[in-house]
Design a protein around this ligand. Sequence first.
Ligand code: DGP
Length: 116
Amino acid sequence: MSNPQDTIFAKIIRREIPAEIVYEDELAIAFKDVNPQAPVHLLVIPKQPIAMLSDAESEDHRLMGHLLLTVKRVAEQAGLTNGYRVVINTGEDGGQTVYHLHLHILGGRSMQWPPG
Ligand code: DGP
């Protein structure tokens, strides 16, 4: 598993590579996905380097709640008044490719179920 300190998202947090950042606070940052799968595709990530959801600990409960409330805030800010989908790909079977925890916000079109 790659070190979350060294992921592309850690570099975005440190402003070492550019991203279209739409929200930031002391715990989290949100930016546009570089490979959008919907008209609106944003990523919300913690600044703390947690590799994946299954690595989160019980002492991270405040941060985890904050991330969900940040999703709500960012989705509202993006004008997703008709709903949206939140996805956390976790590990190999979950299709995770970047090993820094991130919540996808997908919106601006009607989503299908089940996902592939
Ligand atoms: P996942 O498969 O859940 O690990 O999703 C990783 C997402 O990260 C994928 O939708 C593409 C996005 N992504 C990868 N590299 C970059 C990047 O350098 N900048 C931005 N903005 N998004 C990226």
